[in-house]
Every structure is written in structure tokens, then in C-alpha cells.
Design a protein around this ligand. Structure first.
Ligand code: MN
Ligand code: MN
Length: 469
């Protein structure tokens, strides 16, 4: 065979894994950068699950969504949402087709790894005041020392009054930090394994050093409490009923000389929240009911009444069935068995510096588009939610027909590690689910990296799914 013919045959038969930027013209690149600008803006206002829910409700209401409680009955085209304790939420656009044919779901999570304050956080040592923390989710502890940290969250008083806290984001605000040992005196620490270098109980936030002007004990702690009392009207006891989260006080930024990437905290999985939410805003009068999940607690196992394991999501869909006037025994289960879902969560992008943990044929790459994981799990696919080939083909078909750049990968080499998302929870209800999100570098670190191309392809891909599945 002639070389040219063989080249043509290769072109026809091979799965060409192409850099997505090569496929975009100048107009498309402009659109990608414009979308990324809005994403960065959203990220800088939304570092915690509560802030994600608050800002997502604003976007939804601006686009005609209303609380499901405000509807007596529902009809095709109606846009509803349910705010689950200000930490997770569900949205839906009612479809024209009978809901008994199933619904199309995209679900992401709003929580990200961070440091939470303990219930009794405040103490004084050697005339410094500190807050004790308990880390949330899978972190490498050494990454959280010597970086600027902000405090976000709520303090709830016994009378129900809720004080919102957000310190460290404005330039006028102070920031906080966790200290580390100077190298000159770190000989013993430096011999430790990376995992043991920083002890969990040493992740204590330094918050003050001026003593209260009086002859009492714990003067620095007293001074801090006095400041907090003047500013927020709280006492130490009120911290018992608070949820205060330490997040990096570093803004999300455009990255690289070519500005092709985004660096910022919490992109796992707020990048999938933003892309799916903004895609849903483009869905008008879908054939099938389009449902968007913004879940909480994914990073610690999805438990609790704001996590995906809770039955609040079923309640939301049941309410839709009730208000459509079609509900009857077992209908919810039947609807789920006919439904389809993209579990929108980030994927580990191949990092050339650490390529030894990836298998190049089955890794996802930054810049090659939205990443699908047919299955997750670890060691012989244990605990995996493994998508059915029929469903994978259906999603491929939607993406290919709509010219969405996509790649299918798995998380790391066999037996190196693994992970999971909310996919299995929905799959257990009978829904066809596949993991589908954006590849990330430095996942779970205070400063994660993504490609603007993948960000944009996720947005387009999610929209195509809701409009065509
Ligand atoms: Mn995630
Ligand atoms: Mn994660």
C-alpha cells in the first residue's frame, strides 16, 4: 500500500487524540476566554458550599427559576429549584415529554477540601492566639502551612441569629496563616515521610498577638474575643454552633503566558458546578426534564442530609411528580430506572512531572476536552460505578454530533490508587450514570490548575446532553 493511502487509512481507523486548541479558530478562542473570565469571577465569590448555593440561586433567579415551594402545579417549561439548608441545591426545567420516560440529570459537588475550625477552637500559647482546625477531605497537610488563609462561614446564636463571616478576601482585610518550622531547625522534621511532616493537630491558625490591657490571664485570647464581640456580638460559646472554614486567601487567576489555564482553589468540583449551572440556564423547553444537582459533603463520603446519600433529592423529584399531578406508588423508582446522568466531577489530568502514576493511553490530558471516566474505584475496580457500554455510546454520540471535544480515561495506573464520586449513589437508584468532568492538575491542593478549553467544552457538553439525551 502507498504511504499516502496508509495515512488515509490511519486517519479513518485511529482514535486521534488531538490537542483541542488546534481545533479552535480565533472567534472560538475569544469565546473560551470570555467564558473563563466569568468563571473566575464566580469562583472568587464562591469558595464554600454555602457561597456556591447563594450565588447559584442568584444566577438561577435571574434566569427565571423559582423555589419549587412557590408553585401549586408544574407544567412544561417551568423552572424550579430547591435550596437544601443553604448547602446543597437541586434545579429542574420541566420537560415537554412525559416525565415517566425519565429525566436527564447532571450532578456536581460544591464542597472542596479545606480546614474546618473545631467546635472549641480558640486558645492562647506563649502570647499568641490560635484557632484549632480539623481538616476536611483528602489533603496533603504540608500544602496548607505558610499560605494566606481566609475564614468563611457562619456562627449561629442560640436565638437563631446567623452571623456571616468572610475575612481575608478584600485587600483591606487581614489574612491568617499556619506557621511551619524554619529549615535551619527542621533536621528531624525533614527526615519524616511527607505524610507525617505536619501533624493534623499542628494545623493551628495564628490569629493574634496583642494582650488585653489588664492584669488577667490569657490576655491575648481575651483581646481577640473582645474584638469579635465588638464586631459580631458573639462570645466564645457561640463558636460551639458555628461552621467556619479556612480556605486559601488567594484569588482564582488566569494562568500562563498564553493565558490558556485557570489556577485557583476549589476547582474540584466548583468547575463542574459552574459549567453545569450555566449550561442549564441555556435550556428552554427541553424534551425531557433537565435536572441539575449541586451536592455537598462529596469530599467526605456524601453522608448527612446535605450529602448525596440523603433522601432530599428523592423528595425533590417526588415533589415534581406531585405538582405535575402524575404521582402514584412506585413511580419515582420507575422514573429513576429510565433516567440518565452525567456525574460531573473533576478528573486527574496527566502531569508530566508525575507521569509515572498515569498510564498514558488511559489518562486524561489538559486541553483535550471534557473527560469521561467509564468507571472509578480502585484495585480491581473495587467500589466502582461502571457505566454500561450502551450508555457510553449514547453519550459519545451526543458529544460527536455536537462537536464536543471529549476523552475517555481512568484515574491513574492500575493498583496505584483510585477515587470515586457521587456516581454510584445515583446508579444504585437505577439511573444510567457516567463520570464526566474537567481534568485538573494539583487536585485537592490550595491552588488547582485547569485548562480553559476543557472548562468551555464541559459547559458545551453539558448543554448538549440536556438538549439531546
Ligand atoms: Mn470531586
Ligand atoms: Mn475531590
Amino acid at each position: 500500500m502507498e504511504k499516502k493511502e496508509a495515512e488515509e487509512l490511519k486517519e479513518k481507523l485511529f482514535n486521534k487524540k488531538e490537542n483541542g486548541w488546534n481545533t479552535k479558530n480565533e472567534d472560538e478562542k475569544r469565546e473560551i476566554f470570555e467564558y473563563a473570565k466569568n468563571y473566575i469571577c464566580y469562583m472568587n465569590k464562591s469558595k464554600t458550599e454555602r457561597e456556591i448555593v447563594e450565588n447559584s440561586i442568584k444566577i438561577a433567579e435571574d434566569n427565571g427559576f423559582r423555589p419549587i415551594e412557590s408553585y401549586e402545579s408544574l407544567h412544561a417549561g417551568d423552572k424550579v429549584y430547591y435550596n437544601n439548608r443553604e448547602k446543597s441545591m437541586y434545579l429542574a426545567v420541566i420537560g415537554e415529554q412525559s416525565i415517566e420516560d425519565g429525566i436527564n440529570i447532571i450532578g456536581a459537588h460544591a464542597d472542596s477540601p479545606r480546614l474546618d475550625l473545631k467546635p472549641n477552637p480558640l486558645y492562647e500559647d506563649s502570647e499568641f492566639a490560635y484557632l484549632k482546625t480539623h481538616y476536611y477531605g483528602g489533603i496533603k497537610k504540608y500544602q496548607w502551612t505558610t499560605i494566606p488563609l481566609a475564614i468563611h462561614g457562619v456562627i449561629v446564636k442560640t436565638n437563631g441569629e446567623k452571623v456571616k463571616i468572610n475575612i481575608g478576601e478584600n485587600e483591606q482585610d487581614p489574612i491568617f496563616t499556619i506557621t511551619d518550622l524554619l529549615p535551619h531547625l527542621a533536621q528531624e522534621q525533614m527526615k519524616k515521610k511527607l505524610a507525617d511532616g505536619i501533624d493534623g493537630e499542628d494545623l493551628n491558625l495564628l490569629i493574634g498577638s496583642i494582650p488585653f490591657d489588664s492584669d488577667v490571664s490569657e490576655k491575648v485570647k481575651l483581646n481577640i474575643l473582645n474584638l469579635l464581640n465588638i464586631k459580631y456580638g458573639i462570645t466564645e460559646k457561640d463558636l460551639l454552633s458555628s461552621e467556619l472554614e479556612l480556605v486559601p486567601a488567594m484569588p482564582c487567576r488566569s494562568m500562563g503566558f498564553d493565558e490558556s489555564m485557570v489556577a485557583g482553589y476549589g476547582q474540584d468540583d466548583k468547575i463542574c458546578v459552574y459549567t453545569s449551572l450555566t449550561a442549564l440556564m441555556n435550556v428552554q423547553n427541553p424534551k425531557k426534564t433537565a435536572v441539575c444537582i449541586i451536592a455537598d459533603k462529596e469530599e467526605i463520603g456524601s453522608m448527612g442530609n446535605t450529602g448525596m446519600e440523603s433522601h432530599v433529592f428523592e423528595m425533590f423529584i417526588s415533589e415534581i411528580l406531585n405538582k405535575l399531578g402524575v404521582n402514584r406508588p412506585n413511580l419515582l423508582e420507575k422514573v429513576f430506572c429510565k433516567s440518565k446522568m452525567l456525574s460531573a466531577d473533576v478528573d486527574a489530568g496527566l502531569d508530566p512531572i508525575y507521569a509515572s502514576v498515569s498510564e498514558r493511553n488511559n489518562a486524561s490530558y489538559l486541553g483535550r476536552g471534557i473527560g469521561l471516566n467509564k468507571y472509578t474505584g480502585a484495585r480491581g475496580k473495587s467500589g466502582a460505578s461502571d457505566a454500561n457500554a450502551e450508555f457510553v455510546a449514547e453519550v459519545r454520540n451526543i458529544f460527536e454530533n455536537n462537536n464536543i471535544r471529549y476523552q475517555i480515561a481512568e484515574l491513574g495506573k492500575v493498583d496505584v490508587g483510585g477515587g470515586g464520586t457521587i456516581a454510584y449513589i445515583l446508579a444504585n437508584k437505577g439511573i444510567d450514570v457516567i463520570d464526566c468532568g474537567v481534568p485538573v492538575l494539583s487536585m485537592h491542593s490550595p491552588y488547582e490548575v485547569t485548562s480553559k478549553l476543557d472548562l468551555y467544552e464541559a459547559y458545551r457538553g453539558y448543554e448538549a446532553f440536556w438538549k439531546n439525551a
